[in-house]
Ligand binder design. Structure first.
Ligand code: B12
Length: 289
C-alpha cells in the first residue's frame, strides 16, 4: 500500500539517513513537513519524492514507502529500453513498476521515460508477431502493465498538491475510432507533473465532444492524441476547433503518430507537439502565463 504521509522516522529509514538529519531538513525548510493535530511532523509522499529527485538522494528502501523495489541494481540508462521490453514481454508487472519508479526517483523526467525507453519497448512489442494471437495477447498485456504503472505515477504525483479553483485545467483524449489508451494517459501525467489539474477523457471520444468538454471545463490546454490513421481529425477540423476555443483562451495541442500537418500560419492557440518533451515544454510556458 502506498503511504500518502510519512513520519520523519519512516522517511529516514527509506533514505538510509538518521532521523535527526531528516528532522533538521524539515525544520530548515529543505523538505516541507506539516504537523498532525498532536504536533508530530508528517511529510507528504509527493514532497518526499520531489526532495529525493532535487537532492539526488537515492531512496534505498522504496518498499518502506509502499513502492515496489527493483530486484537487482538499476542498469545504465542505455539498457533501460531492453529491460522495459523484457519485463513487458514477460508480463512482469511488479518489476516493471519498480524499474520505472526507480528511474523516476533517480531524476529522469517523465518525458524522458515516455519518449525514450517506454516508447521503444512498446515499439518492439508491436514487432512481435502482430498477425497472430500470441502477439495480440502480449500487446494487450503490455498495455495493461503500462496502465497500472502510469496510474501509480499519476496518483502519487498528484498527491499533496491541492488543486484549487486557481489551478489551470488541462483536458484531452483520443478521437472516436482511436482505441489507444497509453498516449493520452501519458499526456495527462506530463500535465499533472507540470501542475495542471488534468482531466483525461481517454480514447474513442467523438470529435464534437472535445468542443463540448472544453466549453464546459474551460481548460487552458485541450490535448488530442491521434494514434489511428482512419480516426485522425483533419487539419480543417483542428483549425475550426482552435478558432472556436480562442475567445476562452484554450490552447489546442495535437500529438501522436497520425496528427495531421497544421496549415501554414496556424492561429497562436493551435500547436503540434510530436513528443511528450514538446508537450512538457509548452505546458511549462502556458502555466506561468
Ligand atoms: C499496444 C498496441 C496495440 C493494442 C492497443 C491497446 C490499447 N487499447 O491501448 C492493441 C492490441 C489493441 C492494438 C491493436 C491494433 N494495432 Co496496435 N500497437 C500497439 C503498440 C504495440 C503500442 C502502442 C502504444 O500504446 N504505444 C505507446 C505510445 C505512448 O507511443 P506512441 O504511440 O509512439 O506515442 C508517442 C508519440 O507519438 C507522442 N504522442 C502520442 N500521442 C500524443 C499526444 C500528445 C498531446 C503529444 C504531445 C504527444 C503524443 O508521444 C508518445 C511517446 O513518445 C504499437 C507499436 C508501436 N510501434 O507503437 C502497435 C501498432 C501501433 N499497432 C498496429 C496495428 C496494425 C494494430 C491493428 C490494426 C492490428 C490488427 N490487425 O487488428 C489494431 C488496430 C487497433 C485500432 N482499432 O486502432 C501497428 C500500426 C501500423 C501503422 N503504422 O499503421 C503498430 C505500429 C504495430 C506494428 N508494428 O505493426 N495495438
Amino acid at each position: 500500500v502506498v503511504k500518502q504521509n510519512l513520519s520523519p522516522k519512516e522517511l529516514a529509514e527509506a533514505f538510509g539517513v538518521s532521523e535527526s538529519s531528516l528532522k533538521r531538513w524539515a525544520d530548515s525548510g529543505r523538505i516541507h513537513a506539516h504537523r498532525t493535530v498532536g504536533g508530530h511532523r508528517r511529510i507528504a509522499l509527493a514532497e518526499a519524492i520531489r526532495f529525493a529527485r532535487d537532492a539526488s538522494l537515492p531512496i534505498l528502501r522504496p518498499d518502506l514507502l509502499g513502492w515496489p523495489q527493483p530486484a537487482t541494481a538499476q542498469p545504465p540508462d542505455r539498457q533501460l529500453a531492453d529491460l522495459f521490453f523484457t519485463l513487458l514481454r514477460d508480463g512482469e508487472a511488479q518489476q516493471f513498476r519498480a524499474r520505472v519508479t526507480a528511474a523516476y526517483l533517480q531524476g529522469h523526467t517523465l518525458a524522458e521515460l515516455f519518449d525514450g525507453p517506454w516508447r521503444t519497448a512498446l515499439q518492439r512489442i508491436g514487432q512481435l508477431h502482430p498477425e497472430n494471437d500470441a502477439g495480440i495477447i502480449v500487446a494487450h498485456h503490455a498495455t495493461d502493465i503500462s496502465l497500472q504503472c502510469l496510474n501509480l505515477l499519476r496518483s502519487t504525483l498528484l498527491t499533496g498538491r491541492e488543486p484549487d479553483t486557481q489551478t489551470p485545467v488541462a483536458l484531452g483524449g483520443s478521437p472516436a475510432g482511436d482505441h489507444y489508451l497509453l498516449p493520452s494517459l501519458m499526456a495527462a501525467c506530463i500535465l499533472a507533473d507540470t501542475g495542471f489539474r488534468e482531466i483525461n477523457l481517454g480514447p474513442d471520444l467523438p470529435f464534437p465532444t472535445f468542443r463540448a468538454a472544453a466549453q464546459h471545463h474551460h481548460p487552458r490546454i485541450l490535448w488530442i492524441s491521434c494514434n489511428a490513421q482512419h480516426a485522425a481529425p483533419s487539419s480543417d477540423d483542428l483549425l475550426a476547433l482552435a478558432n472556436d476555443l480562442a475567445p476562452q483562451q484554450t490552447h489546442l495541442v495535437v500529438g501522436g503518430q497520425f496528427a495531421p500537418a497544421l496549415p501554414d500560419n496556424p492561429p497562436p492557440n493551435l500547436h503540434l507537439c510530436p513528443t511528450m518533451h514538446d508537450l512538457a515544454n509548452l505546458a511549462q510556458h502556458l502555466i506561468v502565463r
